[in-house]
Design a protein around this ligand. Structure first.
Ligand SMILES: Nc1ncnc2c1ncn2[C@@H]1O[C@H](COP(=O)(O)OP(=O)(O)OP(=O)(O)O)[C@@H](O)[C@H]1O
Ligand SMILES: [Mg+2]
Length: 313
């Protein structure tokens, strides 16, 4: 352990309330009686912040939220010990409803879009991020953009944050355009990487070659997550593969967010991205062990860390 705490800021432009409701069996077109309800805060930037806190790191969350529900979201952040700086815009914090059928364990999701932002609000937000993330060693940009944000919003944010090491976890255009801002790390999952390049990647070598395209664009480190198949790390002089750990599956929701949190924990402890890789794999697996929106239990992470097997590709 290096003992010097890095300051980390996560960006959350489209937070949510994740409402999980349980029914015996979901029947379309009928009245379905709800047996249990819980509401957690959600949004990938918040999820990463929660994982970081649970893994003992300091971090803050800078974001945007609709006015309706903002008091509740702020108190939920407080309860997790996460300082938040949020721009509020007209509208409400979106609610993402997950309907769990007890019979089949299948989850049906109904996701709202979120409060829209216009150019003026986006400019105000970029100023807020510049102010609040100044002095952060790492800035994590992840999650969907609210309606009204143009393509390339993450690239614009990273360019405004000159000097910070940015971690970009996004797919589609935000990944393609975001890479131009030369982030420190990108963490696409395999599907996002394939979609971005328009290629099917069938072998570890093909995945490594795809990651190298991003390194040539100036990205420093690439971690490709592959769900239950594991993950790959590609850096300037090293490519590593780690098979996924075998864990009892609770829910894979947020495994990628946990992985990003774990990678940062690893950087803190090891000071090196290649050595941090196994922390990301352990955190991803630990998050799979928890049910629903629970994210991660620190003891699971600690006990899995020693089990990660990393091999050179
Ligand atoms: N079923 C699983 N068993 C063990 N480990 C898993 C499993 N699913 C995911 N992981 C671990 O977590 C990492 C991240 O998962 P995944 O690739 O699903 O991320 P993701 O698609 O970005 O997820 P999300 O964006 O929904 O949070 C994987 O690389 C793997 O190490
Ligand atoms: Mg993901």
């Amino acid at each position: 352990m290096l003992g010097v705490y890095e300051m980390i800021t996560t960006i959350c432009m489209n937070p949510s309330f994740d409402k999980t409701v349980e029914v015996d069996a979901l029947t379309l077109g009928e009245v379905n009686r709800i047996r249990a309800t819980r509401t957690d805060m959600g949004g990938k930037g918040i999820n990463v912040a929660v994982v970081l806190r649970r893994l003992g790191m300091e971090c803050r969350c800078v974001g945007v939220m609709g006015e309706g529900g903002s008091d509740q979201l702020r108190s939920m952040l407080d309860a997790e010990g996460i300082p938040g700086d949020f721009l509020t815009v007209p509208g409400s914090v979106r609610v993402n409803t997950k309907i769990v059928s007890r019979e089949t364990r299948k989850v049906t999701e109904l996701n709202e879009l979120g409060a829209p932002m216009d150019e003026g609000q986006l400019q105000a937000f970029i100023s807020l991020v510049k102010e609040k993330a100044a002095g952060s060693d790492y800035v994590v940009l992840t999650g969907s953009l609210p309606p009204g944000c143009p393509e390339g919003t993450y690239r614009r944010l990273m360019q405004a944050l000159e000097g910070a090491s940015c971690i970009l976890d996004a797919g589609g255009k935000e990944l393609d355009l975001g890479a131009e801002a030369r982030p420190f790390l990108i963490k696409p999952n395999l599907g996002e990487l394939q979609a971005s390049l328009g290629l099917e990647l069938r072998t570890l070598r093909a995945i490594r070659d795809a990651a190298l395209i991003y390194l040539r664009k100036g990205v420093k480190h690439v971690v490709v997550s592959m769900g239950s198949m594991g993950a790959m790390y590609v850096g300037q002089d090293k490519t590593l593969f780690a098979p996924a750990l075998r864990v009892e599956a609770g829910s894979t929701v947020g495994a990628g967010d946990a992985m990003v949190g774990g990678l940062l924990r690893g950087l803190e402890d090891e000071g090196d991205m290649a050595r941090a890789f196994r922390y990301g794999v352990a955190a991803g697996a630990a998050s799979v062990m928890t049910e629903g929106t629970q994210l991660i239990v620190p003891e699971d992470f600690s006990s899995l860390l020693g089990q990660v097997k990393v091999q050179e590709v």
